[in-house]
Design a protein around this ligand. Structure first.
Ligand code: SF4
Ligand code: SF4
Ligand code: FES
Length: 241
């Protein structure tokens, strides 16, 4: 399949980002990450206008939907490059297919498709999401705990969340997942009071429950169900015990 790959490029030494196009010929089973890898193997790398291009900067680690590093915007929708395939976007007979790749827009761009996701980890600290006792999980809770722990902190959910931005205090679904686990694991602990305070201030109450986050989550975290469970804890006052 002949396709054009249109990549949003950014060099911190230049003021503006710009799009650059490359031609590739790949089967419909090719993943976006394999296409980026192959482009970077070209020596030299030329764009469709015959200009020599710099290697494309992007992040990748596990290549199997486990680390979240390769999250980017793929044809307008956030997703994982290692789990997105040409056949997901194009039919074999499609004329002039274009695969457009952009960095996630809710985080500062480091270079090209690589972003700095550290805000999520800072938010986890801000929300006091840690246990200082051994975890105690009831049998009833264990399934939801397990589902919530599948979050790979890719940040795709934050991309589509209208209530999340680096300027707002709302921490978004990625961090709320972690909050859910702590809220339902530990009833005691020296950080619990602060944890509850931060949750009230920056968590749950700011979510408008549109659940666009759940639709794009590449590992199908049941964000809506976990959010409802947290709400029940608030309403019943159990969270504050
Ligand atoms: S909830 Fe899903 S989309 Fe959000 S960070 Fe976790 S894995 Fe990624
Ligand atoms: S339900 Fe809507 S507001 Fe709440 S975290 Fe998801 S996208 Fe954001
Ligand atoms: S490289 Fe780890 S999720 Fe894609």
């Amino acid at each position: 399949m002949e396709i054009k790959v249109k990549i949003k490029r950014y060099d911190p030494l230049q003021a503006e980002s710009y799009f650059q196009e490359f031609s590739v010929n790949e089967p419909e089973t090719a993943s976006v990450s394999s296409i980026l890898t192959k482009l970077n193997e070209r020596e030299p790398l030329f764009d469709t206008e015959g200009r020599k291009a710099k290697k494309i900067d992007w992040e990748c680690s596990c290549s199997q939907k486990m680390c979240g590093a390769c999250a980017m915007i793929i044809n307008g929708v956030p997703g994982l490059a290692c789990a997105a395939f040409l056949k997901d976007f194009f039919k074999e007979e499609q004329k002039n297919p274009v695969l457009q790749l952009e960095p996630l827009s809710k985080f500062p761009v480091v270079r090209d498709l690589r972003v700095n996701r550290s805000q999520m980890y800072q938010d986890m600290k801000k929300m006091k999401i840690w246990l200082n006792n051994s975890a105690i999980v009831s049998e009833k809770e264990s399934e939801a705990q397990y589902e919530s722990a599948g979050c790979i902190m890719c940040g795709c959910c934050l991309e589509v969340c209208t209530n999340y931005s680096l300027e707002n205090t709302f921490v978004g679904a990625a961090v709320m997942n972690g909050a859910y686990r702590v809220a339902t694991q530990q009833k005691q602990g020296s950080n619990r009071k602060q944890f509850i305070k931060e949750n009230v201030k920056n968590g749950q109450g700011h979510c408008s429950k549109s659940l666009s986050c759940e639709k794009v989550c590449p590992v199908n975290i049941p964000i809506g169900a976990l959010t409802s469970k947290m709400n029940r804890l608030y309403i019943k006052g159990l969270f504050f015990k």
